[in-house]
Design a protein around this ligand. Structure first.
Ligand SMILES: [Zn+2]
Length: 628
């Protein structure tokens, strides 16, 4: 059997209050096609990634960790304290896949694992295998490290997704029991407690949205209110590591562990969407500017430091030492989407999501769908050693396996990020090959978007409704010459082009390759340029250079002509570079000493999308090219 088509609520982050101007569409009502990458990623996720995750949940010990609590496994506990979350993220990925395709392929697996969780759960509602199986004395006693509420957060998100997507509430019953236990212990008027790893905040708001039980929203709000008052015991990392150094409404900078900061911000924005509290949104605008105007990599990645998996200082953005954890970009998609729903500047948030999807997150998965990057540097030197979490090549799994199942749940729910409806129009935020069911209040019918974007800038729009569809299509800021049926068009001040669409029209976005420079304060990128085409960042790999030419000796002239080559697949960019002899100068020299021995020579250089790098062996790579 297959599941019935998902209900209109089958989508993540569906605000309960009518305050948010933008309303998400249900996952099944946005059917991504195979002409563009989003649909292809989603299909690969269904065909390869989810089964790979399920098999690794077994082999990495995640499921045995549950079984050993009830005496059904003699294995020792394996993995990090928060390993249970790998299971819940995988369940969430399955849930959104059910919503998308109606598949029943994993129903019996769901039966088994949910029944296992049910047997491990204590009558109190508590279920967390590291505590139950190894350290019962630490229960709610070391919230800075135990990740109990973080694990509950992922359990809640999986449970809500499964009920929304498949009308299946068995996991929801378990998750609510655990959430109720946390509410009884840490709710208003009770013990003060917050989790060292934010996540539960956004999850509790989802639980409120799904159940209409306001106490879950109150609990989320309380955890945000309590943050920044030194509740968490500070170890060597300092309170800023888990954003407990300053109250949320007063925070000025994105700091500490990048994933924690960005999940926290998603939760704060969720609370704003429900309560309308302006101070929270104001704080999020300050956070947004800090994270995106001063600390984001060109690829849409975050976290400049391996140490503490942390944000760096403003403009501290080294390419080679970038940590750029996959989960941080996922967390930022979640946050950006919630900011978009709040409605003040949707184009900004949509363009950020697009940058993250087509660059950092596309590159985080191999073409096979079963290998993954955890760290996503923008330069790989030829002699670099693999480090824990920062290997030279994508790995099938990690000892800390947070990223692979996080990618799977994101790709499975990705249809939700393509468009929204407002009272008066349908807003198309991502240019994806898709069929979109238009909400009845906008006329019903289907909007067909046919495109190979971003391989091609043509976006064909057609609508079959009885009356014209009021459509707002985002025009990306980089598209310097956009046309509609061949005529130049300009978006409104908010970055959206408004149409009354009946029949078919073709929007063409400008995919002329372009050079990009960094702000002068980014020391690591001074004197370097990157190539971008549409939403994609490009890179050069050693494998595309002639024998005897080392990538790190290739320099480019300012403004060197860029030529698109699109014989097949994603377009490549051709340019001429200059090869400088590595022996032409010492490591340091007087400024007046020539940096070249005069034997510079030209070389043909091919740049490929960063999204595709690392699929042809472990080869040196760089995004930013030094200017000669
Ligand atoms: Zn991760």
């Amino acid at each position: 059997m297959t599941h019935p088509a998902g209900a209109s609520s089958a989508t993540p982050a569906l605000p309960r209050s009518g305050r948010a101007p933008h309303r998400p569409l249900a996952v099944p009502s946005v059917r991504l096609g195979g002409q563009g990458p989003l649909g292809s990623w989603q299909q690969r996720n269904a065909d390869a990634t989810i089964d790979h995750l399920i098999s690794n949940l077994e082999s990495s010990g995640v499921l045995d960790n549950f079984r050993r609590v009830i005496g059904e496994s003699g294995a020792g506990y394996r993995g990090f304290v928060f390993a249970d979350s790998d299971l819940y993220k995988t369940i969430e990925a399955v849930a959104w896949e059910i919503s998308r395709s109606g598949t029943s392929r994993w129903d019996s697996w769901l039966d088994q694992v949910i029944e296992l969780v049910a047997r491990v759960q204590e009558p109190s509602g508590y279920v967390m295998t590291w505590i139950q199986g190894l350290h019962p004395e630490k229960r709610f006693a070391e919230l800075e490290w135990t990740h109990e509420m973080y694990v509950l957060g992922h359990m809640i998100q999986a449970a809500v997704a499964l009920d929304r997507a498949a009308g299946r509430d068995d996991l929801l019953t378990l998750a609510r029991a655990f959430a109720d236990l946390v509410d009884r212990r840490f709710g208003p008027g009770r013990e003060d407690g917050i989790c060292g790893h934010p996540e539960i905040e956004t999850a509790l708001v989802e639980l409120y949205r799904h159940t209409a039980e306001r106490r879950y929203l109150v609990l989320a709000e309380r955890m945000i209110d309590l943050r920044g008052h030194g509740l968490l015991k500070v170890g060597g990392l300092g309170a800023s590591y888990f954003q407990d150094h300053t109250p949320v409404r007063e925070s000025q900078h994105a700091v500490g562990h990048a994933v924690r900061q960005l999940y926290l911000n998603a939760g704060v924005t969720d609370v704003h969407l429900e309560t309308g509290e302006q101070a929270l949104l104001d704080a999020m605008h300050v956070q947004w500017d800090s994270a995106h105007d001063r600390k984001m990599y060109l690829t849409g990645a975050f976290g400049s430091r391996h140490r503490d998996e942390a944000f760096g200082d403003d403009y501290e953005l080294p390419s080679d030492r970038a940590y750029a954890e996959t989960c941080a970009s996922i967390a930022d998609v979640h946050w950006a989407w919630r900011m978009l729903l709040a409605g003040d500047a949707p184009a900004r948030y949509a363009e950020t999501i697009e940058r993250e999807l087509h660059n950092a997150l596309a590159a985080a998965v191999g073409e096979d769908g079963t290998t993954f990057f955890y760290a996503n540097p923008l330069q790989l030197r030829p002699d670099r050693f693999s480090e824990e979490n920062a290997p030279r090549e994508r790995q099938p799994w990690y000892s800390c396996a947070c990223c692979p199942p996080n990618l799977a749940r994101l790709f499975a729910q990705m249809s939700a990020y393509v468009a929204t409806s407002t009272e008066r129009e349908l807003a198309l935020h991502l240019h994806a090959d898709a069929e979109i069911d238009v909400p009845e209040h906008l006329g019903g019918g289907t909007l067909a978007v046919s495109t190979r974007y971003p391989d091609d800038g043509a976006v064909h729009l057609s609508y079959d409704g009885a009356a014209p569809l009021r459509l707002a299509v985002r025009i990306p800021s980089w598209s310097s010459r956009s046309t509609l049926d061949g005529d130049p068009v300009q978006p409104d001040a908010d970055g959206y082009l408004r149409l009354e669409l009946s029949g078919s029209r073709t929007l063409a976005l400008d995919l002329t390759p372009r050079w990009t420079r960094a702000h002068h304060r980014v020391d690591a990128l001074r004197g370097a340029r990157a190539i971008e085409v549409g939403p994609r960042v490009y890179c050069v790999e050693q494998v595309d250079l002639p024998d005897g030419v080392a990538l790190d000796d290739v320099m480019v002239a300012e403004g060197a002509p860029l030529t698109i080559r699109s014989d097949s697949g994603s377009p490549q960019v051709s340019l001429q570079g200059t090869v400088r002899s590595p022996s032409s100068a010492g490591l340091y020299a007087r400024p007046e000493h020539p940096s070249t021995s005069g034997d510079d020579r030209t070389v043909d250089v091919v740049a490929i999308p960063f999204a595709s790098w690392g699929n042809r062996g472990s080869t040196a790579m760089r995004v930013w090219l030094p200017v000669i």
